[in-house]
Structure formats: C-alpha cells, structure tokens
Ligand binder design. Structure first.
Ligand code: G4P
Length: 530
C-alpha cells in the first residue's frame, strides 16, 4: 500500500449521539485523554461555554471570529487516526446536528442508564438508521442507580427497532456497582471509584472463576451475574459482525464516563469493530475512498457572526484520496476550478491550517459564498456529484412579518441567503408569493439567529409569530397529485418550499394519517431528497 492508502485505512470518523446530559462531553473528554490529546479531562470545552450556546451566538461584543470550535476533534490512538464529529445539542440543536451525521461513518450512542432512550437520541438515531451506518451503544452512569439491564436493552430494541448485543454486562449499579463482565473473555473488569479525571485507574481484570472475585462482589451479586449471563446467552442476538456493519445490530457496552470506567475497553472494541472510511455514492456510481483522486462534499456551512466579515466556512468531508493544501480542485456545482482557501482542521478550541488531509477527514475552508450544502469538489478532470444531503423536517414554524415594508428587497435577499446556508427553511403559501413567508427550523435557537442576523447584517426588523404546526410532510408523488384538490384535516396547511415542492403542515400527528386515508394515491415523506 502506498502512503496515502495507509493513512485512509487508519481513519475512523464517527459522531457521538445522545440526549443532553447523558455524558457525551464527558465520554469525548475521556477518549481524548486516552489519545494523549489532552492531559486532564475537562478541557475539551469549558462547561461554561458548552452551557451558554445561546449567548455564544448573540455576543457580538466578543467580536469573535467564525465559530468553528470543536466541530471535529482529531486524535491518534493505538495506530488509528480518530475524527469525532460534534453533534450540537442543547439549545443549539439544529439541522446542522443532523447534517453532521451525513459526514460520519459510524455513531456512538450514549444512553444514561437511569433514563434509557430519550427524545433527542431517538431523532438522531433515525438519521443514522436511514444511512445504515454501524451504531454502537455505550450505557453510561453505571456508578449511579441504573434501570434494570434487560429493561434498558428492551427499551433500545422497542424504541429504536434495533436488536442489541451486549459485549459486556454490568455487575450492579450505583453504590453496588462492581464492574463489568466481558462475555467474550469471561473476565470481570473491577470498578473502583477512585479515578475521577485521571487515566490511570485501579481496574483489575479477574477471571470469573477466580477466588478473588468474592472479595469484589457479594455472593448474591455473583449468583445474579451468572443467572443473567445464562439468560443472556440463551436470549440475546448472536454477535454478527455483518449485521453490525450495516446498522442492523448494536453492540452494547456499559460503563461510567465520569469515573473513567469501561471507557478504554469500549474504545478498543469499538475501534476494531467500526469501519474505515466508507465508500460514498455519487451520480456516476460508488466512489472508492482509496482512489487516488481527491473528492469531498460540503455538509455544513457556518456563517461568520462578525458583521465586518461576511465570509463563511464550508465544512467538507473528504470522501476519497488525499488533499494537499494549495491543490487545484473542481467545484462541480459551480463548474469552476479553484483552490480551497485557508483549509483548516480543528482540535478542541484550536484551529490550524492543514497541509494535508485524507479520506475520512473533515476540513473547513473559507467560503466567499459559492458553496451550498451538499456540493461536491473533486480533482479536476473528474465530474461527479455526491448524493445530496436530505432536507430534514423542521419541527418549529413561525410566520415572518416585515416591520418596514420599504425594506422588502433586503428582507427577501437576507432570508434567501440565510436559507441557502441551511440555517432555516422557508416556505410560502401554496398559491402565494414572497409576501408571506413561513420559516421552519429544527431547533428554536435558529429563530433568534434569523432575527438577529436580519437586523445586524441586512438592517431589517422582523416579527416572528409562532405557528402551531409540528409535523411536515413532502408529497413524494407530486406529479400524480393535484395539490389544490387535496382534502386534508382542518389543521392542515398547504405550502411550497423554495424549489416549488408542495408540502403539508399539520398540527397533530394523527392528521397525517387521516389525510393519507382521505386521499387514496397520496404518498408523503419526512425527508426531502431534492
Ligand atoms: P452531555 O455532553 O451529553 O450533555 O453530558 P455531559 O458529559 O456534560 O454530562 C452531563 C452531566 O452528567 C455532568 O454533570 C457530568 O459530570 C455527568 N456525568 C457524565 N458521565 C457520568 C457518569 O458516568 N456518572 C455520573 N455519575 N455522572 C456523569 P453536571 O453536574 O451537569 O456537570 P459537572 O458540574 O459535573 O461538570
């Protein structure tokens, strides 16, 4: 293998998905600690910054540059080069959170052992499942009282529809947490709560038949463990690597990120089970990541909040070959050769200019406003476009009222540009024009961002009136349907998106089913692929 294929082979690019507070940040910190990327956990992103995403966007006084902090974290561990993609959560949950998953080759799902599957995990899981990427489960916070282990697994299977296969099994929880039993080696990793924040813990590895085990756990705990293992061996899905690879079986691990227990063993197993950069589909067929020719697609565009700099950063996932700074590339959608300016990679809070990067890596490039989400760049001479990124269903809607009608032109321009960056989606009345605009967003923070940016960048004041819609459906077979004649429910609204595609908005989920019943040929979908 030549140098560059070696580099690609060792890449592992994944996202961590979870509901806020399940422990995503803590687990990421511990991963970085093992990679030697930070000395002491806790420095990935200060808690204070993580907790103040809203003000982050709003604080112009800071006159900060482009917000690229922790979009992707790269570190090396055990011969692997690992890229962890950040999926914004909390208040800054947005379409970007979903789009980031398009750049990942696998996902780690962190679940709080006392809560089970929660709303945000469910949403993010859906997107991963749509892509059939491998999904690994880390059940966290075992040092706190946890739900029954079988119930936790049942919950995942029922809520998410994916069978699970525990790689290890917890012994007790909370004050009675004693460690995990590895089903493959039949060894117990013992837990002792003395290692907060440090890498070195006193984890002992004992054979389950070792007499010393009795010092670790009560006889009734051991009996329970043996009973559970027997039950598990009889009842749970067999480990099947092929099923894991296509996202049809999730390997499950138990641990406690805070006390650093079970994290390294998880990382080691995960790295052997997860995938090197996956081939991606383009309009000319599947592109092998190992081909020499560079190619990438844009999955996220980040606007500069600094008014003085209208520039943006386009984040690209490299899908094949090697990238060299200064190399000439071809922007397919723009039909132009160009050089990617100021290519950067992020490491925690530092950005640095990249000299070279490989399939699996993410780079952020300076964008003077030419890129759109989903665009392809490749080696000149090639001319193919990667499959587009779906438009994800917004969950919050508002009508936008322009306060000064004299500013109509700037308003239309601003709204269109912000929509093009993918921060918001805009809709019009089905039979109307731009005089009435409905905005849809995945996370409510985007409403504030829209208002703020229109005021600051376009000098336009708006008022947002919340609308009660919560469900949106694109009409999959629009050619066969006369939208004007559709008979829906009283809460249904017909709109069109900026490309003229017809859509239906509903207040209640049951109205979706009702509308389908009333219109025999109607086909609806939750994502728009075009
Ligand atoms: P997130 O990124 O998924 O939102 O979660 P984060 O890691 O920020 O963790 C949320 C809270 O849960 C934090 O507590 C964190 O310390 C705690 N936590 C994470 N993993 C574990 C674990 O394995 N066991 C226990 N007991 N707690 C865990 P916090 O009080 O909100 O923040 P902090 O003041 O401790 O930093």
């Amino acid at each position: 293998m030549t140098d560059y294929t070696n580099e690609i082979q060792k890449r592992r690019t994944f996202a961590i998905i979870s509901h806020p507070d399940a422990g995503k940040t803590t687990l990421t910190e511990k991963f970085l600690l093992y990679g030697g990327a930070i000395n002491l956990a806790g420095s990935v992103k200060g808690k204070a910054t993580a907790r103040h995403a809203v003000s982050d966007w709003m604080e112009i006084e800071k006159e900060r540059g482009i917000s690229v902090t922790s979009s992707v974290l790269q570190f090396n561990y055990d011969g692997y080069c690992i890229n962890i993609l950040d999926t914004p959560g909390h208040q800054d949950f947005s379409e970007d959170t979903y789009r980031t998953l398009m750049a990942a080759d696998s996902a780690v799902m962190v679940i709080d052992a006392s809560k089970g599957v929660e709303a945000q995990t469910r949403k993010l899981f859906k997107v991963c499942a749509m892509r059939h990427i491998p999904i690994f489960t880390f059940i966290n916070k075992m040092d706190r009282d946890a739900n029954d282990t079988f119930e936790l697994l049942d919950d995942i299977e029922k809520e998410l529809g994916i069978p699970t296969c525990p790689v290890n099994w917890p012994i007790g929880s909370g004050k009675k947490f004693r460690g995990v039993y590895d089903r493959d080696t039949r060894k117990v990793l013992t837990f002792s709560d003395t290692m907060k924040g440090t890498k070195e813990g006193h984890i002992e590895e004992l054979d389950v038949d070792d007499a010393k085990i009795d010092e670790v756990m009560d006889p009734d705990q051991k009996e329970q463990l043996m009973d559970e293992i027997e039950l598990l061996d009889g009842a749970s899905a067999e480990f099947d690597m092929e099923a894991v690879s296509c996202g049809k079986l999730s390997p499950v691990f138990f641990g406690s990120a805070l006390t650093n227990f079970g994290v390294e063993t998880f990382l080691q197993h995960f790295l052997t089970m997860t995938t090197s950069p996956l081939p991606r589909t383009a309009d000319c067929g599947v592109i092998d990541p190992m081909t020499e020719d560079f190619s990438a697609f844009v999955f996220k565009i980040q606007a500069n909040m600094n008014k003085a700099h209208r520039d943006r950063i386009a984040f690209m996932r490299i899908c094949s070959g090697k990238f060299d700074a200064g190399m000439e590339v071809y922007h397919v959608q723009g039909d132009k050769k160009m050089r990617l300016s100021q290519p950067q990679q992020m490491m925690a809070q530092d950005r640095h200019i990249v000299e070279e990067a490989y399939a699996g890596d993410i780079i952020g490039v300076f964008d003077p406003g030419i890129f759109s989400i989903g665009d392809t760049v490749c080696t000149p001479g090639n001319k193919f476009a990667y499959e587009g990124i779906p438009t994800f269903a917004p969950e919050h809607f508002a009508r936008v009222r322009l306060l000064d009608s004299m500013k109509r032109k700037q308003f239309v321009k601003g709204v269109n540009q912000i929509a093009q960056e993918g921060a918001i989606q805009i809709f019009q009345e089905y039979m109307g024009g731009m005089e009435e605009i409905i905005v849809g967003v995945v996370g409510v923070l985007q409403f504030d961002v829209l208002k703020y940016r229109l005021e600051n960048e376009y000098n336009v004041d708006i008022r947002l009136e919340n609308l009660p819609y919560e469900h949106i459906r694109w009409i999959a077979n629009k050619e066969e349907i006369d939208v004007e004649k559709l008979t829906g429910t009283s809460d249904m609204k017909k709109v069109k998106d900026m490309k003229g595609n017809p859509l239906l908005l509903f207040v209640n989920s049951w109205s979706v089913g009702m509308t389908l019943d009333r219109n025999e040929n109607l086909q609806l979908e939750e994502f728009s692929k075009n």
